[in-house]
Design a protein around this ligand. Structure first.
Ligand SMILES: Cc1cc2nc3c(=O)[nH]c(=O)nc-3n(C[C@H](O)[C@H](O)[C@H](O)COP(=O)(O)O)c2cc1C
Length: 165
């Protein structure tokens, strides 16, 4: 049976939450790896590849860019789907994600799901709260409720994950 693989990086848990939804939606067997566990992946074993991350300080995390570069020869012939969280509005976020990814790997725009993002300041220190405020304002969203998760786009990603090709 076809097998898929998903590699993700999260800081606050949003990407992990989505990775878990993809895992549950997938009809194929799917192996899920947190990039912080430094997985060494034999992509030949897998049919589809999912990579999940968020945008931080207008960049993709270094672990993700290094991973894409280190595995570029294996990934270039693969069906790779990216899901990216970020607070920037849809068009802007899609464009940022597209240009950041293309710096590491030649990526087809259609294979990027830009999903919006959220910040949870519950139980965080005043400094983190102030920083989250700054990030939300920069993205021009309500600092009291920094959440612009695009449920419709997540549903599209899950539908794709649930398909078997
Ligand atoms: C330190 C930090 C920097 C961020 N910088 C950006 C940014 O430059 N652009 C953006 O669209 N979102 C930015 N965000 C928002 C995150 O991409 C968003 O909150 C996402 O849901 C985080 O995913 P995670 O919870 O899995 O870490 C930032 C968030 C944090 C915590």
């Amino acid at each position: 049976m076809a097998k898929d693989v998903l590699i993700y990086k999260t800081m606050g848990g949003t990407v992990k939450e989505t990775a878990e939804k993809v895992r549950l939606a997938a009809k194929n067997n799917i192996d899920v790896f947190n990039i912080m566990d430094k997985p060494v992946i034999d992509f030949k074993k897998y049919n589809r590849v999912f990579i999940g991350t968020a945008i931080y300080a207008s960049q993709l995390p270094q672990e993700i860019t290094a991973f894409l570069q280190n595995n570029s020869s294996q990934l270039k012939d693969k069906n790779v789907t990216f899901f990216i969280h970020g607070l920037a509005p849809k068009e802007e976020g899609t464009e940022i994600a597209n240009s950041l990814l293309n710096k590491c790997l030649s990526v087809n725009k259609n294979s990027i799901y830009y999903l919006g993002g959220k910040l949870d300041s519950k139980n965080k220190s005043i400094f983190i709260k102030l920083f989250y405020n700054f990030v939300a304002k920069k993205a021009k969203i309500d600092a009291k409720n920094p959440n612009n998760i695009n449920e419709q786009r997540i549903a599209e990603l899950l539908k794709y994950a649930a398909s078997t090709n």
